[in-house]
Design a protein around this ligand. Structure first.
Ligand SMILES: Nc1ncnc2c1ncn2[C@@H]1O[C@H](COP(=O)(O)OP(=O)(O)OP(=O)(O)O)[C@@H](O)[C@H]1O
Length: 239
C-alpha cells in the first residue's frame, strides 16, 4: 500500500466515469501516478483500460469526474494542450503513419511535445535497430520495430507522464522483454509511466503499484507484492 504523502501526485483521476452514448464503460475510477513511478493497469478485454487512458488525454466525448495534472484540472483541455503539458500516449496498435519514414514518424513526437527531454540521438541510442532503418517507411518495419518507433515518438514529445496502451500486444516474448527492459531508465528520468496490459505477469513485475479493472471499476489495487497470483486473477476475471 502506498504511504500517504503530503505532496499531491503528479496525475490523479478522481471518480472518473466514461460514457459512449448511454453506455458507461468506466465507473467512478480513482487512480494516481507520481513522477518517476511505474503504475500498472491490468484488466481483461473490455475492462475499460483504453477508455481510461483516452479520457486522460481528452479523447472521449463524455466523462465525469476530475482529472488533475500538476495541480491543475485538465478535463476541459484539448488533447494537443494536454500533450504540451506533458501527458503522452503510446496508443494501442501503435498508430504510426505507414508511408512516412521512421524518422518522420519519430519527429512528429518532437513537433507536438515540450521539446525539452529526449533527443533524436538519445532515442536512437535506446533503439539502435530503429536507427538503422530511419530512412525506411514505417510500414516496412516489423511489429516490434514499429512499437519501438511508437515509444520513441512518445519520448520525443518529452513526457512527464507516459501512458502505454498494450505495448506488448502481438509481439514476440524477446521483443517484449527488450521493451520492458528500457522502462526503468525512462522512469529514472522522473517520468511517470502507466502500463496498460492484459498480460498480468510482465506489467506487475515492472510496476510499483497496480490497479485491476473489472467491467469498468477498480476491483483491486495496491503493490504487486501484497497479493498472491490467485487473488489477483480472481479480481481480474471477477470469479
Ligand atoms: N468508441 C466506442 N463506442 C462504444 N463503445 C466503446 C467504444 N470504445 C470502447 N467501447 C466499449 O467500452 C468498453 C471498454 O472498452 P475499452 O477499449 O476501454 O476496454 P479495454 O480494457 O481497453 O479493452 P481491450 O483490452 O480489449 O483494449 C467495452 O465494452 C467496449 O466495447
Amino acid at each position: 500500500m502506498k504511504l500517504p504523502s503530503a505532496v499531491a501526485p503528479l496525475l490523479s483521476v478522481e471518480g472518473l466515469s466514461v460514457y459512449y452514448d448511454q453506455f458507461r464503460a468506466v465507473h467512478d475510477v480513482t487512480i494516481s501516478v507520481d513522477a518517476g513511478e511505474i503504475v500498472s493497469i491490468i484488466g481483461a478485454n473490455g475492462a475499460g483500460k483504453s477508455s481510461l487512458l483516452k479520457a486522460i488525454i481528452g479523447q472521449v466525448d463524455r466523462c465525469d469526474g476530475k482529472i488533475m495534472f500538476g495541480g491543475t484540472k485538465i478535463n476541459d483541455k484539448a488533447t494537443s494542450a494536454i500533450i504540451r503539458d506533458g501527458i503522452v500516449l503510446v496508443p494501442e496498435g501503435r498508430r504510426l503513419f505507414p508511408s512516412l519514414t521512421v524518422e518522420e514518424n519519430l519527429l512528429l513526437g518532437w513537433k507536438v511535445g515540450r521539446r525539452n527531454g529526449y533527443t533524436l540521438d538519445e532515442v536512437y541510442e535506446l533503439f539502435p535497430l530503429v536507427k538503422g532503418k530511419r530512412r525506411q517507411q514505417a510500414r516496412q518495419l516489423s511489429g516490434g520495430q514499429q512499437q519501438m518507433v511508437a515509444l520513441g515518438r512518445a519520448l520525443l514529445a518529452d513526457p512527464r507522464i507516459l501512458l502505454c496502451d498494450e505495448i506488448s500486444l502481438g509481439l514476440a516474448p524477446t521483443v517484449i522483454s527488450d521493451l520492458y527492459a528500457l522502462l526503468p531508465a525512462i522512469r529514472d528520468r522522473g517520468i511517470g509511466i502507466v502500463l496498460v496490459e492484459q498480460d498480468i505477469s510482465r506489467s506487475l513485475a515492472a510496476a510499483a503499484r497496480f490497479y485491476c479493472l473489472l467491467e469498468g471499476r477498480v476491483s483491486l489495487s495496491g503493490s504487486p507484492g501484497e497479493f498472491d497470483r490467485e487473488t489477483i486473477t480472481r479480481y481480474y476475471f471477477g470469479s
